[in-house]
Design a protein around this ligand. Structure first.
Ligand SMILES: C[S@@+](CC[C@H](N)C(=O)[O-])C[C@H]1O[C@@H](n2cnc3c(N)ncnc32)[C@H](O)[C@@H]1O
Length: 202
């Protein structure tokens, strides 16, 4: 922040509420609009550090729920026994191993690449991460479950949305108020995972 700049209201709110990042208000709005969380739910949180979404999810699922938080970096919040945090690279972790962590009723991804300022490159890497989040959801999300992923709009967006439409009953695109206006990020929400097609018989 430059001297004289006013502090961002979402940052101030997050700090007062004990969340490490303002991004919690993006998930809160998506949850309010799409009714994703409930007590007892099992949630997979991809790209979880520093941990605002994880803390929010742990509060929402309560003591009978669970949250598995994956990131290549450590969380900076204490979330209690509901949360299992694993430090790993989601692009190289085995889908078979990740499947053993499930099934989940909700998979959320706030995965974001290191941005370069080169728009096409940033979009490309964002789409790669969303594709990976979808592959992980394919391996871990229960039928009827819901999915949320951050994506930078650009080349690949329409194809990813079509991929989600093939998997979910309803697909929504949301730009939460806490998402900076100058950012191309939006959130794709898949509601009601369709049952996967039965495996072909030999
Ligand atoms: C915008 S931050 C997530 C913020 C988080 N939702 C919160 O509320 O605190 C994006 C995260 O994606 C993680 N990330 C990016 N690529 C990753 C990868 N290949 N494997 C694991 N984590 C990754 C980054 O380490 C970073 O913590």
């Amino acid at each position: 922040m430059k001297p004289g700049d006013r502090p961002d209201p979402f940052t101030v709110r997050a700090q007062k509420a004990g969340y490490p990042a303002r991004s919690v208000y993006k998930l809160e709005e998506i949850d309010r609009r799409c009714r994703l969380t409930r007590q007892g739910l099992a949630v997979l949180d991809l790209g979880a550090a520093p941990g605002s979404w994880t803390k929010y999810l742990a509060e929402k699922v309560g003591p009978r729920g669970r949250v598995v938080a994956l990131d290549q970096n450590p969380l900076k919040v204490a979330c209690g026994p509901v949360v299992t945090a694993l430090e790993l690279d989601v692009t190289t972790a085995s889908l078979g191993d990740l499947a053993l962590l499930g099934p989940f009723g909700l998979v959320v991804s706030d995965l974001a690449p290191h941005t370069t300022g080169i728009r096409d490159a940033d979009v490309f890497h964002s789409v790669e991460l969303v594709d990976r989040a979808i592959a992980i959801a394919d391996a871990t999300l229960a039928p009827g479950g819901n999915f949320v992923a951050k994506i930078f709009q650009g080349e690949g967006f329409d194809r990813v949305r079509a991929d989600l439409r093939a998997r979910f009953g309803t697909v929504r695109v949301l730009k939460p108020e806490a998402s900076r206006k100058e950012s191309t990020e939006v959130y794709l929400v898949g509601l009601g995972r369709k049952a996967p097609p039965p495996a072909a018989s030999p």
